[in-house]
Design a protein around this ligand. Structure first.
Ligand SMILES: [Zn+2]
Length: 296
């Protein structure tokens, strides 16, 4: 019943808008009927490709029939959707890897219109690594520079879309550590997890762009990238970014456009790394999601 009311008010608003837009001096009952028939066909609609996903994955949301950019809410966070066609917007809504499994809702709002659909988050049953930190182990700390620069790159929400699927792997090497392995330090509750996929690449082996992108960040160990080492962040557009860490060599500059399969650097062990490997992370709206989901 509430939906009917919302729909009615949306229809009224739309027909009022179209009246204003067309600015007819006289509006006969006939033209009014026509206007309502037209707006009925274009009633806004929220749809989700799959309403059940695992932790570390994402919902594929499409909103049609709206003129304004919709906001999409999930788990108390608002995500701005991106225009994909006339009156059509899409958003890939990330489910953070430590989100509690259970029932949630996705709500979309544009102007006076809003709609809500129930969704479910499943446990991805990733292993839990128990790590014991010895007292007084200081180790290297991330510098303020690398933390703030990388956070800024992950905040990008580019309207331009370079690539969001059909990725290739950025390394030909064997996968050594999967995304999402949960970590408990000194038997405390799980507080972090592996935010990427590792490849056991040999020193100097090539790192490729997995899809078309714009280079958003190039960071160097010598400039304070103590933890990430020599690193690249690519902006794929529509709030999808990816990171490449511990590199020995970087072949691109900030602002460059790169093509899928183009070599962007070489595997190394700069930053905090026990040996040569590539760490590849993918982020939606700054939230880490499983890179495997973008690869064909
Ligand atoms: Zn890693």
């Amino acid at each position: 019943m509430k939906l009917n009311k919302v729909l009615l008010s949306a229809l009224l608003t739309l027909s009022l808008n179209s009246v204003t837009a067309m600015s007819p001096k006289v509006s006969s009952p006939e033209t009014k009927e026509k206007e309502i028939a037209v707006t009925k066909k274009a009633a806004p609609k929220l749809s989700i490709k799959s309403s059940t996903v695992e932790q570390g994955a994402f919902y594929e949301v499409t909103i049609t029939g709206v003129k304004r950019t919709p906001l999409v809410w999930f788990n108390q966070i608002a995500f701005r959707a991106f225009k994909s066609a006339d009156k059509e917007y899409t958003a890939l809504i990330p489910v953070e890897n430590l989100t509690k499994p259970g029932s949630y809702a996705i709500l979309a709002r544009a102007g006076d219109w809003e709609d809500k659909v129930p969704v479910t988050v499943l446990d991805n049953h990733k292993k839990i690594q128990h790590i014991t930190l010895s007292k007084g182990k200081s180790g290297l700390r991330a510098s303020q520079k690398e933390l703030s620069e990388i956070a800024a790159a992950f905040r990008l929400r580019s309207e331009d879309l370079y690539s969001v699927n059909h990725f290739i792997y950025p390394s030909n090497a064997r996968k050594s550590s999967p995304f999402g392995v949960k970590r408990s330090y000194n038997n405390a509750p799980v507080s972090s997890y592996h935010k990427g996929l590792d490849f056991a690449g040999a020193m100097g082996s090539p790192v490729f762009a997995p899809g078309d992108a714009k280079v958003a960040l190039v960071g160097n160990e010598k400039d304070g990238y103590n933890v990430h080492g020599n690193a690249i962040v690519l902006d794929h557009g529509h709030a999808l970014t990816s990171i490449y860490m511990h590199l020995s060599k970087i072949d691109v500059k900030k602002g460059d456009f790169v093509k899928k399969g183009q070599k962007i650097g070489e595997v190394g062990h700069t930053g905090i790394s026990t040996g040569p490997h590539l760490h590849w992370g993918t982020y939606l709206y700054g939230i880490s999601v499983d890179p495997e989901l973008f690869v064909d």
